[in-house]
Design a protein around this ligand. Structure first.
Ligand SMILES: [Ca+2]
Ligand SMILES: [Ca+2]
Length: 216
């Protein structure tokens, strides 16, 4: 076995291990980091409703209120595409079980968010401009997002950040806006580096074949 062949075998093994450990194509991952802009709402900055960590990870037991008119930008440790799912907490949702559908806000505590996806975020809410660099995914009302399956929207591209903006519908105490339990996105199947490496490997094998043919 010549040197190039040995190298190709080693690289193939490495690639196989890399593919094996990569997340499955439909894997849901949860927010690992979030920035918030609090605007108004009596409970929005109090613990535990103002605890940022409450909106991270895969935990159904806590939530972080956005504050009426407030916003949050979430990241996930990976690019994402496809389905985005957001779980909300509203205590009286069961009072109106017929209230379903995108944009529904017919709970006794009407709350809703506008959802955007983007690839650039500088941490500055004051300069945030949703008409530039952000794709609008849709509106989610608390009546639809507070169920066990959360509320889902779809992206048409690949993104790094999810932006939730409370629509400021809260009128009944506590006026603290949309209450984020957790945020899940669909991880992009493979890091682009693996695809690049795969292309390089095909090139190596080609080189190895030519080398063998010359020596035959
Ligand atoms: Ca709520
Ligand atoms: Ca609320």
């Amino acid at each position: 076995m010549n040197k190039l062949k040995v190298t190709a075998v080693a690289l193939t093994s490495w690639l196989a291990i890399g593919l094996y450990s990569a997340p499955a194509s439909s894997a849901m991952i949860y927010a690992t980091n979030a920035d918030f802009q609090y605007v108004t709402g009596e409970a929005g900055i109090e613990s535990p409703r103002g605890n940022n960590a409450n909106a991270l990870g895969d935990n159904m037991n806590t939530f972080r209120s956005l504050g009426s008119g407030g916003a949050g930008v979430f990241s996930f440790g990976s690019d994402f595409s496809g389905t985005v799912t957001i779980w909300e907490r509203t205590g009286d949702n069961s009072q109106n079980p017929s209230c379903t559908g995108t944009g529904t806000t017919c709970s006794n505590w009407p709350e809703a968010i506008d959802v955007y996806a983007g690839n650039t975020w500088n941490g500055d809410f004051d300069s945030l401009n949703t008409s530039s660099g952000w794709e609008f995914l849709g509106e989610l009302g608390n009546a639809e997002a507070s169920g066990i399956n959360g509320g889902s929207l779809q992206t048409t591209g690949t993104f790094k950040y999810l932006l939730l903006i409370d629509r400021g519908l809260s009128t009944k105490s506590p006026i603290d806006g949309f209450d984020v339990v957790k945020v899940g996105v669909t991880a992009v199947p493979l890091p682009s580096a693996v695809w690049l490496f795969g292309s390089a490997l095909v090139g190596m094998i080609g080189l190895g074949r030519r080398h063998s043919a010359k020596n035959a």
